[in-house]
Design a protein around this ligand. Sequence first.
Ligand code: 5AD
Ligand code: SF4
Length: 441
Amino acid sequence: MATGMPKTFYLETFGCQMNVHDSEKVIGTLVQQGYAQVQSEEAADLILYNTCSIRDKAEQKVFNRLNDTKKLLKQGKRFGVLGCVAQQEGERIFERAPYVSLVSGSASYRKLPEMLVQLEAGRGRITGLDDRQTDETFVTEFTARSNPHRGYITIVEGCDKFCAYCVVPYTRGKERSRTSSSVLLEARQMAEAGFSEIQLLGQNVNSYRDPEGKRTFAELLAAVGEIGGVRRVRFTTSHPRDFTREIVDAIDAVPTLCDHVHLPVQSGSSHVLALMAREYTREWYLERIGWIKAARREISMTTDIIVGFPGETEQDFEDTLTMLAEVGYDAVFAFKYSPRPNTPAITRADSIGEEEKSARLQILLEQQRDQQRVSYERHLGQTLEVMVEGQTNARGQITGRTSQNKTLNFTTSQPIRPAAGSYLPVRVTAAFPNSLVGEAL
Ligand code: 5AD
Ligand code: SF4
């Protein structure tokens, strides 16, 4: 540091909800250590990027960003790289970007206070990279939640699934769960603080194993849903291998559990699923979908797809298209396969050309859009409860979100706008492939 200690910080987050929530915990930790958060790199002594390496594009974004910001260095700023790129690239980051002083993966965030002390002492090349085999989780009472109504709780960190394409087991480390008592304590405190929506997070949230042995994942879900003041409980992301009928039963039994399941299938072809080491077949997955469809409540389903995995034939891709048609998802997040460092699939030739991947992605997204264009119409005339999100769009509509996690933009005849975080019944008057429109009752 040129002048004194770094006392202001800027933090930017890339990647998934786990990263977003990790950042809330990192911010809380820094504030607790006497730092003040600022909203621009220019105003900050310490610039932090919490990074994602799920696909090459996400990773490149961070290095571009570091390059762009480098010019600020002459003003004596310090840089830290956190998260998945930090863990994946490790000390190589110091070679690629010598002005970086701190590199830490998420499994080492518990040690941030110590790392900050070293940073303040003027040391460079501080690392938190050796904790991937830890059993410890990162829990702090200082979490700086950015939304006052909807809050995240990490219940599982890391991942032991080792899907052939995926960096997460290497970047987030071994799978470890928090005790259900500590999760419930945090959820109760959040409910008391006014949070009405709680989202339980984990890379494989439903492979949750209570270290105390008190509750299954479904029992934990139900217990969070029964806390006074909690109106909505969501969970993400579920792995089909760990998806139990008990989860469907819990959603049926506890009205505060949202009627939505995100269940990434990745491919509709058993051949590709085997290559991906997903450990299930198309039929096995569809059996779980059958449980969800047999529920008393209408449970909305969404998924993730990878197109162009090495070895994916035309027929395999067709199988994915028929899978989407058969399940009838309400949203599909589809990605072109991107070879990732350290993963088993990196040894297979990235055999499907970029053009072919793009063509398959395009076909899939168009089919899905056509399907949603029709399926969202099932809500016409229904009255759905929304949680008010706050913003008003260009048409003067207020944005709300349904329990099924759909955007429902609505108008109201009331002179006073409903407050963000409030709940209202809204009658659906129009349907689009990705959103609904309605009138508040
Ligand atoms: N290439 C493309 N997509 C990937 N995903 C994970 N790894 C890769 C990869 N190497 C997708 C999966 C996962 C989502 C979060 O990102 O669909 O469910
Ligand atoms: Fe990105 Fe995966 Fe890391 Fe989330 S866990 S930040 S999606 S690489």
